[in-house]
Design a protein around this ligand. Structure first.
Ligand code: ADP
Ligand code: MG
Ligand code: MG
Length: 877
């Protein structure tokens, strides 16, 4: 039969799944011989059963009763017994810590009789007993009975009337208990439950239920904690910090969780129970003061902290209580820390000989590294916050507001810092986004165009700030409270929090980026990053390449550690002034005109490639032939129609209008694009291949790889490949020819496709769209939040690669592609290439490299190392 209850002596820290973090660690401390009050843990399995079935599993009540009896005999008292009561706490504790998210009730077992017994046992300390009793009713009322906590707070404040809670007399506290009981009666229509076992039973249920409280659900979603884990419940014999000045309670860290510095960090509060410290009821004193207050307990605590650090080999945080000079440990766990502290502590522990460099790499994460790479606001001075949107791409940006990309480019060209504010962005805003310090939109979620592009560029972005009314035509936006911001006004946006401020908030640059850019590591944090990155590089199997399509990005990518370019898009090369040439191509009516247009494009392409080959100095450069539908390069239909209607249209405008109408597609993402263009427009791909080959001839050591997009059938690839190979042979240039795998059919027929491809690069953005049947631009705003809410996926499949579906296609293609061609080179170039989870997947699937935007390269390098060293999920969190 299943076992649902574990005594602290039966558990250990590896049982977090079953006992939750708190229970597992209480058991671990118990078994280390540390002073933990006795108790037991009800498993999360029991909770899951309760939440699913609406009733506790069979046998649970029996098991609890048995463990309670054992606890009672160990303590020599009975729960709530009138003359000498055992009191317990009922504490939640899930696998992943969810600070303050769930519930705990202290002093269970008190009622109108046992309160006297408690006083007597405490040497006639009536004050203590009534204080404990009022705490029970307050916590029980709030967390178990769902009564508004304010009602209790209010009564307490009124009674204190400016005094401290420790100034209240026994009589006053007894009166408060009566008041509280009145509140309970009024709010629930029933008396406060006097039966200790009933109190305990109800509290256990309440902890179970708290797993599905709205704030817990929200927290889990933010932290990506699975919704179905459930929580364990701990029943712990009470120890009392509120027995007088020789008692108290505190929290401590074995190192500073903010900076990672070693030392003694913590707070202590005399004559108090645990929850007072966090609630900030009275001012705590620094932990160091405990040395003066109670030297013996202090020394013991320090020695226990050392034991814990050595045992857990990491920063621990702890909760403790001193009852009349006797120290009790009530909780420990490996403590949360800032990103900077994580790197510093990992390296310190290596130097202390507590962990290996391998482990140090697993103790930090790509997300933490990314955080360290963004500039931050120094939050000093008074800030005028005007709204809050979504924290789409971290960092801190300050600048003058502009509403169009043209204006952004213009002002940035004059050396101004600008923030591009748009309702939403589109691909034409790219130049403006590049020019701007940050991007703010009033529409769209974390996977909107603005967010995705900004993250890729490492550009600060706040998106979906829905309180803002943006009017580009009037060059202004409004914020709540009648605030109006015009072009040229300065704002500050915090991409890590989503906050938007009026005026300039001071910014501090990232030393970590300066280091990646080539600065000598001289501060402690940068040295730690340096050591960890070096080790990650030495263990990783995955190569890391960059998505870059200009010499500047390529050069930065190399400085950041890219081992090549995995995706050089060529369509950006047709924007700006060169649109004109594409228009000529589209409007060409004869073979000759078309060839003339292509010939005009070729030298531009060639010079683009020369710049990139030079920047990459002999590293491979994968160039994708043109991918998007041609109408993306043409003027807007509406603008042309207006011109035509008002008689302002030139002959060319009229021709363009006809072309735009002719090329219009219902589903452009599934239309005439990628390899299909190459097959339909003779000479287009040939022109690009020739430009690549000619450029390669001019740059010694250049290593081009030619990549064909959107292939679904090997026949498509064979046709364009044949043409490409001819040109390469004619020019005497050596280049691999390969394909993207971004349609499900290509993945499913990878064995055939590999006949014609020397490499595969998984285009997981398109592959995700087509596998799910999602049009990304449409679905994200329309229903992704609902899907997340329903748990259909825990995170957008555009953010983290969907292992079950898209991942399966990738695995099939890897296996069948390699079966055909064992030396097939395999990479990924979708946005997933820079996402930590997805990098781990790519490692497991056996790819050769990931490719991501330059700014994400260090993250990918680190995660590729961690993928080798990390064995299970819980370590990655
Ligand atoms: P949280 O997870 O919110 O910290 P806890 O279950 O740790 O909740 O409990 C809240 C407070 O009550 C903590 O300060 C804890 O140390 C204290 N506490 C819990 N159980 C006991 C106990 N048996 N005796 C004394 N204090 C306790
Ligand atoms: Mg706690
Ligand atoms: Mg694609």
């Amino acid at each position: 039969m299943a076992k649902f209850v574990y005594d602290f002596t039966e558990g250990n820290r590896d049982l977090k799944d079953l006992l939750g973090g708190k229970g597992a660690n209480l058991a671990e401390m118990t078994n280390l011989g540390l002073p933990v009050p006795p108790g037991f843990t009800i498993t999360s399995e029991a909770c899951r059963h309760y939440l699913a079935e609406g009733s506790v599993p069979e046998g649970l009540e029996r098991e609890i009763a048995d463990h309670l009896s054992a606890l009672e005999s160990a303590m020599g008292k009975k729960l709530g017994q009138a003359d000498d009561p055992l009191l317990v706490s009922v504490r939640s504790g899930a696998k992943f810590s969810m600070p303050g998210m769930m519930e705990t009730v202290l002093n269970i077992g008190l009622n109108d009789e046992s309160v006297h017994g408690l006083a007597k046992q405490a040497g006639g300390n009536d004050r203590f007993a009534w204080d404990s009793y009022r705490r029970l009713i307050q916590m029980f009322g709030k967390t178990v009975q769902g009564i508004d906590g304010e009602l209790f707070e209010h009564a307490l404040e009124e009674l204190k009337n400016g005094r401290q809670d420790t100034d209240l007399t026994a009589q006053e506290l007894q009166g408060l208990v009566e008041t509280y009981k009145g509140v309970v009666r009024e709010q629930t229509g029933k008396d406060f439950p006097a039966d200790p076992r009933e109190q305990m039973r109800l509290a256990v249920m309440a902890v179970f239920d708290s797993w599905n409280a709205p704030r817990a659900i929200l927290y889990r979603r933010q932290e990506r904690i699975p919704a179905d884990l459930g929580t364990a419940v701990n029943i712990v014999a009470m120890v009392f910090g509120n027995l007088g000045d020789d008692s108290g309670t505190g929290v401590a860290f074995t190192r500073d969780p903010g900076s990672g510095r070693q030392g003694i960090y913590g707070d202590y509060l005399q004559n108090a129970q645990g929850e007072d410290v966090v609630a900030g009821i009275r001012n705590t004193v620094p932990l160091q003061d405990l040395e003066r207050i109670d030297k013996r307990s202090y020394d013991e605590l320090l020695s226990i902290m050392e034991t814990l650090e050595t045992h857990y080999r990491d920063l621990c945080d702890i909760e403790f209580t001193i009852e009349r000079g006797k120290l009790w440990m009530l909780q420990t766990r490996v403590g949360k820390r800032t990103a900077a502290a994580a790197f510093r502590i990992a390296v310190q522990l290596v130097d202390q000989g507590l962990i290996t460099l391998d482990e140090a790499v697993t103790r930090v994460s790509g997300d933490q590294l990314a955080q360290l790479m963004f500039p931050r606001f120094s939050k000093e001075g008074d800030l005028k916050k005007i709204t809050k949107g979504m924290n789409a791409s971290p960092g801190a940006a300050v600048g003058k507001v502009v509403f169009t990309s043209e204006r952004a480019v213009e002002l940035a060209g004059q050396g101004e810092d600008v923030i591009l504010v748009r309702r939403e962005t589109n691909p034409d805003d790219l130049s403006g986004m590049i020019a701007a310090r940050g991007v703010l939109t009033s529409r769209g979620g974390k996977t909107s165009h603005a967010a995705v592009v900004a993250r890729g560029m490492g550009k600060t972005c706040v998106c979906g700030a829905e309180e803002l009314e943006v009017s580009a035509s009037q060059k202004r936006f409004t914020a709540p409270g009648g605030i109006e911001v015009r072009e040229g006004d300065v704002i500050s946006i915090d991409g890590s929090t989503g906050e938007v401020f009026l005026g300039e908030v001071p910014v501090v640059d990232s030393v970590v980026v300066e280091y990646f850019e080539g600065a000598q590591p001289d501060d402690e944090l940068v040295k730690a990053v340096d050591r960890i990155m070096a080790h990650a590089d030495s263990v990783r199997r995955l190569g890391v390449r960059a998505n870059a399509d200009n010499p500047e990005d390529s050069a930065r990518a190399r400085r950041f550690g890219a081992q090549g370019i995995g995706l050089c898009r060529t369509e950006h090369m047709f924007l700006g002034e060169r649109r004109q040439l594409v228009e000529d191509l589209v409007l060409a009516t004869s073979k000759q005109e078309r060839q003339a247009a292509l010939d005009a494009l070729e030298p531009h392409q060639k010079s683009d490639f020369i710049g990139i080959f030079r920047a990459m100095e002999g590293l491979p450069v994968t160039i994708r032939l043109i991918d998007p539908p041609l109408h993306e390069f043409l003027p807007d239909l509406v603008a042309l129609s207006v011109k035509a209607a008002t008689g302002e249209a030139t002959d060319k405008d009229r021709a363009l209008l006809a072309a735009v109408k002719r090329l219009h597609e219902q589903n452009p993402m599934l239309g005439l694009r990628g390899v299909r263009l190459g097959l339909v427009i003779p000479g287009l791909f040939a022109m690009q291949v020739r430009a690549i080959a000619e450029a390669a001839r001019e740059v010694p050591g250049a290593r081009p790889e030619i990549m064909i997009p959107l292939v679904a059938a090997v026949q498509e690839l064979e046709a364009v490949r044949e043409e490409a190979v001819k040109i390469l042979q004619a020019t005497g240039v050596d280049a691999l020819v390969g394909t993207m795998i971004e349609t499900p059919r290509a993945a499913l027929t990878a064995g055939q496709v590999a006949e014609a491809a020397e490499f595969f690069s998984f285009g997981t953005n398109d592959l995700t769209q087509m596998t799910w049947g999602f049009s990304r631009d449409d679905v994200e705003a329309a229903f992704f939040s609902r899907y997340l809410e329903l748990g259909i996926f825990g995170v957008s499949p555009f953010e983290t690669l969907d292992r079950d579906g898209v991942g399966r296609l990738v695995r099939i293609a890897v296996e069948e592609g390699r079966a055909t061609r064992p030396d097939l080179k395999l990479g990924i170039c979708g946005e997933h290439g820079g996402d930590p989870e997805s990098v781990h997947f790519c490692h497991e699937a056996g790819l050769d490299y990931v490719s991501c935007s330059p700014f994400r390269i260090p993250v990918a390098r680190l995660e590729a190392g961690r993928a080798v060293l990390t064995r299970n999920d819980s370590d990655t969190r």
